[in-house]
Design a binder for this molecule. Structure first.
Ligand code: UD1
Length: 409
């Protein structure tokens, strides 16, 4: 089986790592394509080293640009790769521009596309990621879903059940695999941080950091919070540039209890999250990671495409204005969340399930093209109607899925 795996931006690397590993274990050696959407040492290369991802076979070297330019450039450079390798699958992960661009190229060449982390919806089309998710899902042949809301969303959009697989969360595969190694990180000692004695912050969403009023309001909230607990703030390049551009850099630098750092590597950042009293973030993945780590998370957004982190995890929506953030902060300090349910199938084996499904569907396709009746995994392993009821994670519904062959645990 020939597989092309695509990654492009920071959050893709931790998703692609367990997939590439599981493919190798199944004796399938994928062609790894890095689009080059992210290219800095801190935003890209260090993740390959730390997560043991093989050097990409192909780097498209696309770099930064407007959405149209970046997307078009990825498409232009990915098409010859597809024509040359003619894979059985193009596997894309997440929701960045590279995800959508490569899915589109493959679909137009009639190459089967598998989307990992399908079905998530914020229902906010001003987010570039929401557009990427909708487009990638609508043209993918197999949709690998990380939480029950994803199944419901896809069904609502008319995606047939036989394309949907609820398999769990590859990002959590990576977290569980590297949790122990992260305990060896010296980042907390280096920054002089006491366990549970600090807050860690990340920000990069255009809606929060590309607008001076929005960024200024978040900075007001950070000023207040830092009076209570020290803050560590690894700065995304977009965010660092905008603090300067909007004349807010001096105010940020002047906060005595706020430590700014470069973007951190995976293990240091995992260690920082695991030891924090709380995370403040607008990232998607961090909402999921804090849920597994049991660390309270305030999401600086008005919505989330990952509702399981609100219902089963440690996440709360805090909005984006100083007043709402500080109200959520006070509420979190007064009523810390007690232990909650781990989301279903976030067990470290999502990538293995995905590889099994890719192989099974490929076999079914081959059988069909030889004239055999259309049966086997694609028809048999669809998500049964009972899936609609599993939001929140009922074990009975899951048993029904397993019994119907939807996933193997
Ligand atoms: C992208 C993804 C976002 C993801 C985020 C993680 C899209 C639409 N957005 O946003 O979903 O959560 O990555 O970081 O795909 N830059 C560097 N070095 C780099 C990469 C970027 O300096 O290695 C700077 C450039 O100035 C660039 C800016 O960061 O213009 C933004 O990069 P870009 O890839 O456009 O989007 P992100 O904001 O990183």
């Amino acid at each position: 089986m020939r597989v092309v795996c695509v990654c492009g931006a920071r959050p893709n690397f931790m998703k692609v790592a367990p997939l590439v590993d599981a493919l190798h274990h199944a004796d399938i050696h994928p062609t790894l394509v890095h689009t080059g959407q992210h290219y800095d040492e801190h935003m890209s290369r260090c993740f390959f080293e730390e997560l043991g991802i093989p050097r990409p076979d192909i780097n498209l070297g696309v770099g930064s640009g407007s959405h149209a330019v970046q997307t078009a450039e990825v498409m232009r450079r990915f098409e010859p790769v597809c024509l040359e390798t003619r894979p059985d699958w193009v596997v894309v992960v997440g929701d960045v521009n590279s995800t959508m661009a490569c899915a589109l190229v493959a679909a137009k060449l009639n190459i089967p596309v598998a989307h990992v982390e399908a079905g998530l919806r914020s229902f906010d089309r001003t987010m570039p990621e929401e557009i990427n998710r909708i487009v990638a899902d609508s043209i993918s042949d197999l949709l690998f879903v990380s939480e029950p809301s994803g199944v419901e969303n896809l069904r609502r959009e008319g995606i047939p059940d036989e394309r949907i697989r609820f398999v769990g969360n590859v990002m959590i595969d990576t977290l569980l695999r590297h949790r122990e190694a992260a305990e060896q990180s010296a980042i907390r000692e280096r920054l002089g941080l006491e366990p549970r004695g600090y807050v860690a912050v990340t920000l990069h969403r255009p809606s929060n950091v590309d607008d001076p009023t929005a960024l200024g309001s978040i900075l007001n909230a950070l000023e207040n919070i830092s009076a209570e607990l020290p803050i560590v703030f690894p700065l995304h390049p977009r965010t660092a540039a905008n603090f300067k551009r909007f004349g807010l850099g001096a105010r940020l630098a002047g906060l005595p209890r706020l430590i700014r750092t470069e973007p951190l590597g995976y293990l240091d950042f995992l260690s920082l999250m695991a030891g924090a009293a709380a995370m403040l973030t607008d990232s998607g993945g961090i909402q999921e990671e804090t849920t597994i780590l049991g660390v309270p998370c305030l999401t600086l957004r008005d919505n989330t495409e990952r509702p399981i982190t609100l219902t089963s995890g440690t996440n709360r929506l805090a909005g984006t204005r100083a007043e709402t953030i500080l109200a959520a902060w006070a509420d979190m300090r007064a009523n810390p969340l007690s232990a909650r349910m781990m989301p279903e199938l976030w067990d470290g084996r999502a990538a293995q399930r995905i590889v099994r499904e890719l192989m099974a569907c490929r076999q079914a396709r081959t059988a069909t093209s030889r004239g055999a009746p259309r049966m086997g995994p694609v028809a048999e392993r669809s998500v049964p109607p009972t899936m609609t009821g599993v939001h929140g994670g009922s074990p009975d519904a899951m048993a029904a899925v397993v019994a119907a062959g939807g996933v193997e645990s």
